[in-house]
Every structure is written in C-alpha cells, then in structure tokens.
Design a binder for this molecule. Structure first.
Ligand SMILES: O=C(O)CCC(=O)C(=O)O
Ligand SMILES: [Fe+2]
Length: 247
C-alpha cells in the first residue's frame, strides 16, 4: 500500500530513527538546560481510570526558548503533508502548537482525544513503562459537534474497557529515542501507561490542523493541560454550551 493510503486506512504512522540518538541527546540537553533556568508546571488531574500526571513545557515557552524544537515542528509539518492528501498547518494557538511532556516515575496521561486533527509524538528516550496505548480511527465523531455534550457522552461510552476491547484495535508503543508516531489525534483514543522507573520520560507533542479549524474549548482546556491551577469543568475538552462555534 502506498504511504498516503496506508495513513488514511490505518489512522497512524510510525517511524523509527526519525532522529538519531545524538540528535535526541542534544534535545534532551536543551530541555534540561531550560529546566535549570525556568520553572515548569507540574500538572495533576485526578481523572479515572488514568490520571493526568506530568510536567509540561508549553508552546509559548518552546517558541521563545527552544528554537531547535520549534524548527522540528516545521519539519514534521512537511512530513505530515507528504503523508496525507490534505494540507495541515500549525495551530493558531501557539501555547498548544508544540509542547514537551515530561513524565516522571508513576506519571501517566489520561485517556483522551486531542482537540486537533493530526498529532505527531516524538520520543527522545527509552523508559521502563510509559507506553502509549492507542486505538486508531476509533472515535465515533459528530462532524458538526466535536466539542458538544453529546460527543462527550459518546466518548465516555467508547472509553469503557469492554467497549474498547470489542470495537477497537489496540496498539501499544514503547518509547524509544527518535521514534515518531503520527496519528489522527481527534479520532484516535490514547493514553500513557505509568512510568515505572526513576528516570523521566520525555516526548515532544506537535499539533496540526486544517486552516479553518476552530476549537470551542480553548481557555479552560489550556489551563487544565498546561498549568497547576484548578479548573471548574470536570472535563474541559467539551464546551458547556454543547455547540462548537463556526460550524
Ligand atoms: O506523550 C505521549 O506519548 C502522549 C501525550 C499526549 O497524548 C498529549 O500530550 O496529548
Ligand atoms: Fe494526546
């Protein structure tokens, strides 16, 4: 199968050694230098069955202080556009564009869909545990109401273990330096299993969408994902009004 066709059918794409181990080392060094200089928020959201428990360097900080990662974000955009028949672009919200996720021992990432259409995950190191588990092209998506309460209801049903194992195709990927995983982030249910060793798991998360994409859920979701502040909504992935604006 040709690559574009394969991505369309399978809903994800994996490439080992997208970066060399030396390139990963250099990026890890820049990230650790950044951490010496700046505070990075630790985020803990007690959701079931898997909490969101990680630290994050958000897109604003990457944009300002980590130019080599910002450059990678542009390079991976081209990789994605060779993989699909559509043209994807950086998000308009710089905070969300490109993040560095740092997950320490015991840390996890909750079950979720990304707000944006295509996501690339680039792994910089190997850890014990910390596998990403995902179900590509799994979501029953309401095209005009992706952020609605009814969508939230459907998503909750689809998250149940039994429903996942019956309807979904489970894929588990162990992080390794230089491995890139590209997925349709808003259709692929995913979570990260607990890191079981003392070292940090470091991944770069890159988000893209079509130029006209609009997100009903911006501010609360950003606070939820990128700060340690409390948020009112139980799951800010969905808007209170139940409708997505602009479509
Ligand atoms: O680090 C990972 O493997 C996944 C992170 C993720 O899904 C996200 O930040 O949206
Ligand atoms: Fe995600």
């Amino acid at each position: 199968m040709e690559l574009q066709e394969q991505f369309k059918v399978e809903g994800y794409f994996l490439q080992e050694n997208f970066l060399s181990s030396q390139e990963c080392e250099n990026l890890l060094k820049s990230i650790s230098d950044y951490r010496q200089q700046f505070f990075i928020p630790k985020v803990y959201r007690n959701v079931k069955p898997i909490p969101l428990s990680y630290s994050v360097i958000d897109g604003k900080a990457v944009n300002t202080h980590l130019p080599e990662i910002q450059k990678l974000y542009e390079t991976v955009n081209q990789v994605i556009n060779n993989l699909t028949s559509q043209q994807f672009f950086p998000l308009k919200d710089v905070q969300v564009e490109c993040n560095v996720n740092i997950t320490e021992q015991g840390g996890t990432y909750r079950w979720h869909y990304d707000r944006n259409a295509v996501t690339a995950l680039l792994y910089l190191n190997e850890v014990e545990g910390g596998e990403i588990e995902f179900y590509p092209n799994y979501r029953i998506i309401l095209p005009k109401a992706k952020f609605s309460k009814f969508q939230s209801f459907l998503d909750q049903i689809q998250q149940f273990n039994l429903v996942r194992s019956t309807l979904g195709k489970r894929i588990v990927v162990k992080p390794q330096p230089g491995l890139v995983l590209i997925m349709c982030g808003d259709r692929c249910l995913h979570s990260v299993r607990p890191v079981t060793e003392a070292g940090d798991r470091v991944s770069i998360v890159m988000a893209y969408d079509l130029p006209n994409a609009s997100f009903a859920v911006k501010d609360q979701l950003n606070t939820y994902l990128y700060s340690s502040e409390k948020v009112a909504a139980s799951d800010p992935n969905y808007s209170q009004s139940g409708r997505s604006p602009g479509n």
